[in-house]
Design a protein around this ligand. Structure first.
Ligand code: SF4
Length: 247
């Protein structure tokens, strides 16, 4: 039976490919949930000094309540349920999707009943602890903790107990947007040393809000990956679609 409480606050849904991190290039249905608990207003996102801040804020700050059944009907009509059954990943992103984790668990239970081999990725900023019920539906967490360059206060963006939970979860992998050696030294001191985190679980991505800015920063980040033993990830969405979202 349909319940008016069976909803998520959704900013957008689209079918594309995973553009970042461990699952780079995999076909994926994206579910972007509304709202975030950080601002990331400190990101410069430009090597030319242009200050852009969070590159998805205009999208995640808008949205609407969508009933679970309406989301699934829409995806069925568009053929996305077939795509998920063929192996496309479901990527839940934001904003910060764990702000809606109780409702998300209910939605994932429903969709899991219709897709037997569903592979669910959740993109999180690592400040909200996932509950056991949600964890039981998640195949992969993509955790993007924010460094000092993000502009939010440390007590807001850096939650050691939450990060420890993700480190202890074998399905969690970590992505950092970096611009310089200073950022990498912060990852070494604030994450690797403190949490005994295996560097093979870490991906570095070049900062940049446009394809041009990201490309200019890529050589430096590749060299840092080689020197420190991290994985490199471009942001395919910028290479292919530049600043467009929902593609
Ligand atoms: S955590 Fe992510 S979505 Fe939230 S403000 Fe920062 S970059 Fe934007």
């Amino acid at each position: 039976m349909k319940s008016n409480n069976d909803y998520l606050r959704v900013s957008e849904t689209f079918y594309s490919i995973q553009g970042e991190g461990k699952s780079l290039g995999v076909p994926a249905v994206f579910l972007r949930l509304m709202g975030c608990n950080l601002t990331c207003s400190g990101f410069s996102y430009s090597l030319n000094g242009v200050h852009l801040g969070c590159d998805t804020k205009a999208v995640w700050s808008q949205g609407e309540k969508m009933l679970f059944s309406d989301i699934l009907d829409d995806w069925m009509q568009k053929g996305w349920m077939d795509a998920l059954n063929r192996g496309a990943h479901l990527v839940v992103t934001g904003g910060e999707p764990l702000l809606q984790q109780d409702k998300l668990s209910c939605f994932l239970k429903l969709i899991s009943d219709r897709c037997s081999e569903l592979f669910v990725e959740v993109e999180t900023n690592g400040t909200v602890c996932p509950k056991p019920e949600l964890m039981s539906y998640i195949s992969q967490f993509n955790v993007s903790p924010k460094l000092a360059n993000n502009g939010d206060s440390k007590d807001k963006r850096w939650k050691p107990d939450v990060l420890q939970t993700f480190v202890d979860t074998s399905t969690a992998f970590f992505k950092f947007v970096v611009q310089s050696r200073t950022d990498v030294l912060e990852i070494e001191s604030q994450f690797l040393s403190l949490f005994d985190l295996d560097r093979r679980r870490i991906w570095l991505m070049p900062e940049g809000g446009t394809n041009r800015d990201m490309s200019e920063n890529s050589d430096c980040v590749v060299e840092l990956c080689k020197e420190f033993g991290f994985n490199f990830s471009p942001r395919l969405q910028l290479i292919i679609w530049d600043q467009a979202t929902g593609v």
